[in-house]
Design a protein around this ligand. Structure first.
Ligand code: URA
Length: 251
């Protein structure tokens, strides 16, 4: 993480803590802690659906597609910006594109993506009702995890996506998404299932509810009833906060 980002996070934490002590709305993200659910977040400047769609499209076309900010551009076929409802209440953040995503330019369309789609459908939603994106927009070679410098190079795109969409809830999928969004080194096994608050990683983002859960690729590798049950529990917590009725179940 750059020194600037560390300083920003430190001062944001102080601001949030002060705000909390003064009776404000922010609660700092607590590793291993967690809140009961949603809290009011300061509203971002209101943007209509069309305006959000255009703002996202502009970043994708003008900045992400021609991006050469890190080495990942060298081997990519397509950048993978993200897709879904630009005004979604719920955003899923994964790690980075795999082979199928690189080939198509769409997030979560490989095997892990099929499982994520099932998870979304089990919530009574479709992919079009949510927004799906990743920490990095280009495929790391051999599906390795993105490096800190690559995440850093792509960070501003994710922040602006979240600022434009202004979701009520973010589901962070797996360790890299969870640890970077929440600025923690605590592992997903401890973090999952516990409500967290987004730190002030960008204007208007502090306090957004985050539900960390296992990455669908991990779930595919460890496809046990226990793990599936845990993810389903996590998603049900999200559904409760979003006022969605339980209609199905992951299998
Ligand atoms: N596909 C994605 O788009 N992201 C992941 O993290 C994994 C697969």
């Amino acid at each position: 993480m750059s020194e600037d980002r560390q300083k920003l996070i430190k001062s944001a934490r102080q601001l949030i803590e002060t705000d909390r002590l003064l009776g404000g709305q922010f609660i700092p993200a607590a590793a291993g802690g967690g809140s009961a659910g949603p809290a009011a977040v300061p509203a971002p400047p209101s943007m209509g659906l069309q305006e959000k769609a255009e703002a996202l499209e502009a970043i994708d076309v003008a900045e992400v597609r021609p991006c050469v900010n890190c080495r990942l551009y060298q081997a990519r076929t397509h950048t993978v910006f993200g897709e879904g409802d630009p005004d979604a209440d719920l955003v899923f953040v994964g790690e980075g594109p795999g082979a199928e995503e690189d080939r198509t330019g769409r997030p979560f369309v490989g095997r892990a993506g099929e499982l994520l789609t099932k998870m979304i459908e089990a919530m009574g939603l479709g992919r079009r009702d949510v927004y799906i994106c990743n920490l990095v927009k280009c495929r790391p070679p051999q599906n390795r995890a993105p490096g800190p410098d690559e995440i850093e190079a792509c960070w501003g795109y994710l922040i602006r996506q979240l600022q434009i969409i202004a979701p009520k809830v973010i589901v962070s999928l797996g360790n890299p998404a969870t640890q970077n969004l929440l600025d923690t080194r605590v592992g997903i096994t401890k973090m999952r299932g516990r409500w967290q608050k987004l730190p002030l990683i960008g204007e208007h983002l502090a306090g957004i509810d985050v539900m960390p859960t296992f990455h669908p690729a991990y779930l595919l590798r460890q496809y046990t009833g226990d793990n599936r049950g845990k993810v389903w529990d996590d998603l049900q917590k999200v559904m409760a906060v979003l006022g969605l009725k339980v209609r199905g179940k992951t299998n």
